[in-house]
Design a protein around this ligand. Structure first.
Ligand SMILES: C[S@@+](CC[C@H](N)C(=O)[O-])C[C@H]1O[C@@H](n2cnc3c(N)ncnc32)[C@H](O)[C@@H]1O
Length: 215
């Protein structure tokens, strides 16, 4: 069995290879992904956030949008190559708003840099669930709750896969959503965002949670 530092190394190697191979998921170019980001912005708009944490920012496509809603965005990704791309993608954003860091969220102290008005996990939690244990994911979720300001928000967005797409199996995607409620967040709104990417029908479960009083 791998320990946590071996898991971290394997994930870093994997996602680094993915990002060195260019925009692997077409996040920068796909019209579906741009529509997804726009919907995510709509769901989060209506308030201005002081401090935002984006976990698994990839090449910064959504980070750019978050910068329009916030004073400060700390955007993390385990892959240094993703962070390099994100630096390029966010070059036009007003200096001082976005901080990009290469880090594994499972080895990051959420409270040291918090508290957060908004935490964003967009198409990321199932990557963590690939190798980290369910205990680790649950612990992260509880840490996110603790490090969020009272009244602050958590955005969770995840694609539903088919029955052979084991990282994105609907039973897992729904379990991650339920986990966020179980650690204390209150579900404020939820929807399934639909569209076509290439020739594939996509369904994204978008859940917005709020932190009420601690339980
Ligand atoms: C599918 S991409 C999603 C990118 C972006 N959030 C979006 O919505 O388009 C998932 C990202 O999570 C990153 N990631 C995977 N494991 C991570 C970890 N342990 N810590 C931080 N980032 C991680 C990957 O490198 C990848 O860039």
């Amino acid at each position: 069995m791998m320990d946590r530092s071996q898991i971290s190394q394997q994930m870093r190697d994997h996602y680094e290879t993915v990002w060195q191979g260019n925009d692997a998921w077409d996040l920068e170019s796909s019209p579906f992904e741009q529509a997804r980001y726009e919907r995510q912005v709509q769901l989060l708009s209506g308030r201005h956030y002081q401090r935002v944490l984006e976990i698994g920012c990839g090449s910064g496509c959504f980070t750019r949008h978050l910068a329009t809603l916030a004073d400060k965005v700390l955007a993390l990704d385990i892959s240094p190559a993703a962070i390099d791309r994100a630096r390029h993608q966010t070059a036009q954003v007003r200096p001082g708003v976005i901080e990009l860091r290469a880090a594994d969220i499972m080895h990051f102290d959420l409270q040291a840099d918090g508290p957060w008005d908004l935490i964003v996990l967009s198409e990321t939690i199932y990557c963590l669930g690939w190798l980290y244990s369910f205990f680790d994911i649950t612990w992260l979720a509880r840490q996110m709750f603790t490090a969020t300001k009272t009244g602050g928000l958590l955005f969770l967005g995840n694609a539903y896969g088919g029955k052979n797409d084991w990282l994105l199996h609907p039973c897992l995607i729904n379990t991650y959503r339920d986990l966020c409620s179980n650690v204390g967040f209150r579900l404020r709104s939820e929807e399934i965002f639909r569209g076509i990417k290439g020739e594939v029908e996509m369904q994204i479960l978008m859940s917005l949670f709020e932190k009420g009083d601690e339980i």
